[in-house]
Write a protein that binds this ligand. Structure first.
Ligand code: MUC
Ligand code: MG
Length: 386
């Protein structure tokens, strides 16, 4: 029985190809936490835990993810059977009640290690893939409509994306609608357009916003109001034709069940990190399916490691009504995999191979590792929005 012998983490700061302007922060660097789980038979599993915009998106930062793993999760699972992912996962959940992203990173690494030893992909460990590739959206978030249009046109030309998510919520709501209308009319029928407000609107703003977005033909709006206002989200879901998606409000199966029971959303952005790992994300998916809620394979803008893990799970799902947004690696100036994930024909392709199906380019990982080759803390790269 291969035992979990050792666990190490590192924070890797990856510069983005352009400023990524969200309602709560502008990112020029993404800080991903990579986890290596070493097993007693010499095998190694890799995982990733990543959040967005330091502490501005949610309750976990890259530093807290690394610290929760090193200080609490590792001691709770070292010495356990490496092949029993469920036992280790339950031990981690008992030791750490919150911190879903930290738990996700370790669980990814456990599945990756098990898959590598078993000669199977993570999708096979979850019962088998139903797809070899998944539709993948791109986020237009340069902050400038002309640049966004140029970017979208180039993506359409390359056949890389035909679904675009626009980040709004930083400007006044009517300005946002005008911004979206400009992009939507430039793209016409060539692309599907959705928006993500990242909780920035009040309920009153949201009424104006949803009416305006519906009018200009936007297909879906993601987390328009604060995650804690589930009842109000349900009101918006019922009052407007435009689809309403829950994102930040979904922190695992319990939230999914509450949203389903109250019909608080038409769609779920399923994120492996926010759900607390692949197994919990699978439960969120099952609840969404049972409730007839449209599923979307969400991202925390992970590098290829976390993106591949999510891809392995989403490939096992029969129908993702809203496709996926697993484009994280494309937002960075550099790829840290030896063989980057393949994006073509509007899809991201499930990598062949065992475990998550990806291998790290160790030189690149070393180069971008914080405190090793470069000692620049993330917050110096990230301006908070005001
Ligand atoms: C979010 O809130 O959905 C996903 C895509 C993107 O650009 O930001 C993320 C976070
Ligand atoms: Mg979102």
């Amino acid at each position: 029985m291969p035992k979990i012998e050792n666990i190490s983490t590192r924070i890797v700061d990856l510069p983005t190809i352009r400023g990524h302007v969200l309602s709560m922060a502008t990112m020029t660097v993404q800080s991903v936490v990579l986890v290596h789980v070493h097993f007693s038979d010499g095998s190694v599993g890799i995982g990733e835990g990543t959040s967005i915009g330091g502490l501005s998106y949610g309750a976990e930062s890259p530093e807290s993810i690394a610290s929760a793993i090193e200080t609490y999760i590792a001691p709770a699972i070292i010495g356990r059977d490496g092949d029993n992912v469920n036992a280790a996962r339950h031990a981690a959940e008992r030791a750490v009640t919150g911190n879903p992203i930290a738990r996700c990173a370790v669980e990814n690494a456990l599945w990756d290690g098990l898959g590598k030893r078993a000669g199977k992909s993570v999708a096979e460990l979850f019962g088998g893939a139903l797809h070899t590739g998944l539709e993948v959206a791109w986020t237009l978030a340069s902050g400038n409509a002309a640049q966004d249009i140029e970017e979208a046109m180039s993506m359409l030309e390359q056949r890389r994306h035909r679904q675009f998510k626009l980040k709004v919520g930083k400007r006044a709501v009517r300005e946002d609608i005008a911004h979206v209308a400009r992009i939507k009319s430039a793209l016409g029928d060539r692309a599907k357009v959705t928006v993500d407000v990242n909780q920035a609107w009040s309920l009153h703003d949201a009424r104006i916003g949803l009416a305006g977005l519906q009018e200009i033909g936007v297909d879906m709006v993601e987390q328009p109001i604060a995650a804690c206002h589930r009842h109000a989200l349900g009101t918006l879901t019922r009052d407007y034709q435009i689809a309403v998606m829950a994102d930040e409000a979904l922190r695992g199966p319990e939230d999914a069940l509450n949203h389903a029971c109250e019909h608080a959303a038409d769609a779920f952005a399923v994120k492996i990190a926010q759900s607390g790992g692949l197994s919990r994300a699978a439960e969120v998916i099952a609840i969404g399916q049972a409730a007839g809620i449209g599923l979307y394979g969400g991202t925390m803008l992970e590098s290829g490691v976390g993106t591949a893990a999510a891809l392995q799970l989403f490939a096992t799902v029969g129908h993702l009504a809203w496709g996926t947004e697993l484009f994280g690696p494309l937002l960075f100036k550099d790829d840290i995999l030896t063989t980057p994930l393949v994006y073509s024909d509007f899809q991201v392709h499930v990598p062949a191979g065992h475990g998550s199906g990806v291998t790290l380019d160790q030189d690149k990982v070393d180069f971008y590792t914080r405190g090793k080759t470069r000692a620049v803390p993330t917050h110096t790269h990230m301006k908070a929005s005001v």
